[in-house]
Ligand binder design. Structure first.
Ligand SMILES: [Zn+2]
Length: 123
């Protein structure tokens, strides 16, 4: 805590490190979740402590969460895994488009062969 009653932290609006003061959660209370200790019903192991914040530079209000750091590692791992899946799926789409083009050429060749066969049969 600084003399101004704030802590230096990342302001999501300024996208910079700013001095932000703690404010009561219910000044923000977007979703009627004004308890400071919070958890997910679907993931009860994810528990965190919430704090309302006000950026002293831009007056933006936001909520920070104090959480076991292992969840940050998990978040980064999941983000990276999703980025990989996205990258690979784009590659698979390209490959499947190429394969589809090749199949069309094969189909055209077979049609041509069929036509030649019909032509020969009429001899
Ligand atoms: Zn700000």
């Amino acid at each position: 805590m600084g003399k101004s009653g704030g802590t230096k932290m990342y302001c999501p609006k300024c996208k910079e490190i700013r001095v932000c003061k703690a404010i009561p959660i219910n000044d923000i209370d977007w979703e009627q979740k004004n308890a400071q200790r919070w958890y997910r019903k679907d993931h009860p192991d994810i528990n965190w402590f919430r704090r309302g914040r006000e950026c002293l530079e831009c007056e933006h209000h936001f909520i920070t969460s104090e959480i076991n750091e292992k969840y940050i590692d998990e978040l980064v791992e999941l983000r990276n895994a999703l980025a990989d899946i996205k990258k690979h799926s784009e590659q698979y789409i390209d490959e499947s488009n190429q394969a589809s083009g090749t199949l069309q050429k094969l189909s055209d060749s077979l049609s041509l062969l069929q036509a030649l066969k019909l032509y020969k049969d009429t001899d």
